[in-house]
Design a protein around this ligand. Sequence first.
Ligand SMILES: [Zn+2]
Length: 204
Amino acid sequence: MPNDALGGGSRGPPTVAADGRLLTDGGTGNPDGNDGTDSTDDTDDSDRSAGDDADDRAHVERAIELSAAAVAEGNTPFGALLVVDGAVRVEAKNETVTSDDVTAHPELTLARRAARELDPDERAACTMYASTEPCPMCATANHYAGIGRVVFGVAGETLDELAGDVVTIPCAEVIRRADGTTVVEGPVAEDAAMAVHESFYGSP
Ligand SMILES: [Zn+2]
């Protein structure tokens, strides 16, 4: 899977998962002959803009998959991805152990990539999805990079109750104190994100 590469430099093609599943909404021409049910048919909590919520949920679930993949590669359970115009542009996993770099958090990796490879308008319009709330270092990097929006699975404070050693200044507080404009939303997938943490750090 193209975990550490931009999507070929083009933002045209739809996003495809590692198993070939189409992540972005195709809508028509389904070869399986599924009937015309829409892409949000498996979600019941459609209280506000169901399409956006379903997309957010799918992207955060992908970030959580990346957090599990990071563990499989010998690192700690954190993953994140950057979405521009509804398409995944780049994904990152924690690499603090294998890179022997305490700053190799996926959200910092993505903020650096975004600052180098996206123009300011793209950065302002993009969303970073993270399995866990970005730490203050990464929150600051997101602010410096001008990332428009951050959505995370589980709060740092919740992880701290399990694992400890988390700097529990909320991402939104860092952005606020910086007079930043990055919108921060979460937690949106607490149970799924914590399941990976519990498998790594142990159950409470
Ligand atoms: Zn961080």
